[in-house]
Design a protein around this ligand. Structure first.
Ligand SMILES: Cc1ncc(COP(=O)(O)O)c(C=O)c1O
Length: 386
């Protein structure tokens, strides 16, 4: 291999993806109404959040300076961990520099070779990576299929410990996982849940504590992961669990051990956002009401919709081209939403993902509803393309 041949290989692969309509590039949220970012509660730029972060920035400097175990531990990290442990009724919590790192870290540390991980086929890539890292045995089950989980657990004769790994609210589908039923299966068949609360935390459950709390299944939860870049408007990822499990994570998770800690200013801002999310429940009520409203508008216009009950709505169009067209039509009406295409979603299920926020005014909500109605009616009139 040479740099020249490497570049040719890389270019050929990107060209291949582009021919499939799968070219990608970083984008900002755009100038229109934001149905793109995961700032569900509108806390990312709340003045109180910024003030908390600014104060910590002045106190601690820009970064943590080192990994937590090597001089990078700051009081802001501990305060954030304590707040999430309390909110989840757990003994402890461990903070990672990102949600992806938290998923990789907790799964890689907790699951052992010989254990079984029953994984939802549409799990986030970082859950997939975490399970792979652990070298646990895997059973992949269709999204949201409780009977398939039960079947996988019944068939397993491996003798290891058994875990069901999934998202509490799916980030692309927007549906709330059937956790009450899954917990039932876990209780009967000797398994525990690992729940990624990325799109559930702050949005569903008592005080916004997430999907596991909403279902009341904490007795069969091994660990919960809360990525902090969504409803809490910052960055990082926190794992909540028993003290023993958190201790093992601290000792074994490479994504914790060998990573510069989250900037303390971000930890302080997220802690304030978490406080506000709990203190101002109208934020999650507005975000989820908007999701129900937009899903209803789409369905009335004959569109295929996934997601209800949280803040994510997926308008499924089929082909990548149709999803791109629909997103462009929305943008022309001042509404920013992104087309999501394979491999992020399965082939033939390209969609426009609508990320519903607390912040839009009533007039903006009406404008978004009207834009969607128009775009969906237009899409329904266009013959399906491959
Ligand atoms: C379900 C889910 N889990 C984990 C993550 C990763 O979190 P982070 O962006 O903090 O790495 C994301 C999003 O990025 C997500 O959607």
């Amino acid at each position: 291999v040479t740099r020249g041949s490497l570049d040719r290989d890389a270019r050929a692969e990107v060209d291949r993806l582009a021919r499939l309509g799968l070219a990608r590039a970083p984008t900002g949220a755009g100038a229109g109404l934001d149905l793109v970012t995961n700032d569900y509660l509108g806390l990312r730029d709340d003045p109180r959040v910024l003030a908390a972060a600014r104060a910590a920035l002045e106190r601690r400097g820009l970064g943590a300076g080192a990994a937590r175990l090597l001089g990078g531990d700051h009081p802001e990290h501990r305060a954030l961990e304590a707040a999430f442990a309390r909110a989840h009724g757990e003994e402890a919590a461990v903070l990672f520099p990102s949600g992806s790192a938290a998923n990789q870290g907790v799964l890689g540390a907790l699951l052992r070779p010989g254990d079984l991980a029953v994984c939802d086929a549409r799990n986030h890539g970082s859950l997939v990576d975490g399970v792979r890292l652990s070298r646990a045995r895997r059973a992949i089950v269709p999204h949201g299929d409780v009977l398939a989980v039960e079947d996988a657990l019944r068939k397993d004769a491996g003798g290891g410990r058994r875990f069901v790994v999934l998202e509490g609210v799916h980030g692309m589908e927007g549906d709330v996982a059937p956790l009450a039923d899954l917990a039932d299966v876990c209780r009967r068949l000797d398994a525990l849940l690992v729940v990624d609360e990325a799109h559930a935390a702050g949005v569903v459950g008592p005080d916004g504590a997430g999907a596991a709390a909403l279902a009341g299944v904490e007795d069969v939860v091994a660990a919960r992961v809360v990525p902090l870049g969504k409803a809490f408007g910052g960055a990082g990822g926190v794992v909540t669990a028993s003290a023993a499990v958190c201790d093992e994570v601290v000792h074994r998770a490479r994504a914790y051990l060998f990573a510069t800690a989250l900037p303390p200013a971000v930890a302080a801002g997220v802690a304030e956002a978490h406080r506000l999310a709990r203190a101002e429940p109208e934020r999650r009520a507005r975000a989820t009401a908007l999701a129900r409203r937009l899903a209803g508008v789409l369905e009335e216009a004959g569109a295929r919709v996934a997601g209800r009950g949280a803040a994510v709505v997926s308008w499924i169009l089929g082909s990548a081209a149709a999803a791109l067209d629909a997103a462009a039509a929305l943008r022309a009406r001042g509404v920013e939403a992104r087309a999501v295409r394979p491999p992020t979603v399965p082939e033939g299920e390209a969609r426009v993902r609508l990320s519903c926020h607390a912040s839009p005014s009533d007039a903006e909500v009406e404008r978004a509803a009207e834009a969607l109605r128009e775009a969906a009616t237009r899409a329904a009139a266009v013959p399906a393309r491959g």
